[in-house]
Design a protein around this ligand. Sequence first.
Ligand SMILES: [Zn+2]
Length: 265
Amino acid sequence: MENGGNTPGIESRRLKQLIKSVFPETLRPHLRRMWNRSCSLGVRHQCPICGSWLRSFLPHGTPPDPNCVCPVCASKAPHRLAWLYFQQSPELFQSGGLCVHVAPEPELGPRLKRRAESSGMAYRSGNISASGEQYMDILDLPFADQSVDLFYCCHVLNSMNNDLRAMREVLRVLRPSATAVLQVPAFYQGDTTLEAGAGEEQRIRLFHDNGISRCYTDTDYVHRLETTGYDVRHFRATDLPEWQVNRYALKAEVLHVCKAAESKN
Ligand SMILES: [Zn+2]
């Protein structure tokens, strides 16, 4: 009687404790993926990163964006678009080159690493919490000038207080022929980028997330990149066949594919 309303929660905790006591920690992520894959099995959608066929993706964000997160590998629409771009761009992966991935996503990082290494490229990744291969600060990259062939970061620049300094630092390490995929949300429809600054209250009020500094307009983001010294090309979800947009639940996402402008070299 006294715990009747909490029974499902108690049972759930007991089940988790039982799983913890029976299965070693190294096996649990695989079991979780198998369980999520079987619970979400369908034919309408597919995650191009983990390959799972799904009834739907999970909602995400505030307000919730429906059909967004893969229930198996946790990829989001921006990661899926980036992975499709990498898959159809074999010229980016050159033997002997260096691929750098800042703030690697748990589902995308290992796959990009395998893709790079299978082509004979070195792969280095990290972030400021040192949860990747190493500590890596996009404001102070541990690479020589013009030493990187492929650079990727997703939704990092929009979190930086000083995004222009980060853009300059990435440009410093790029070889003249290198590509930097600098992915950000660039869909704000106002006159120019919506800036929250460094204040937590303003960030929460505007973006419901203390980790986000701004939402760019596409025009302003391209302007900032070009002013820094990049040539910028767009790769949009809408560049792909409609069946791919629907199958992979890609949204109105865009990749900004950047190269050092020739005047910089
Ligand atoms: Zn997935």
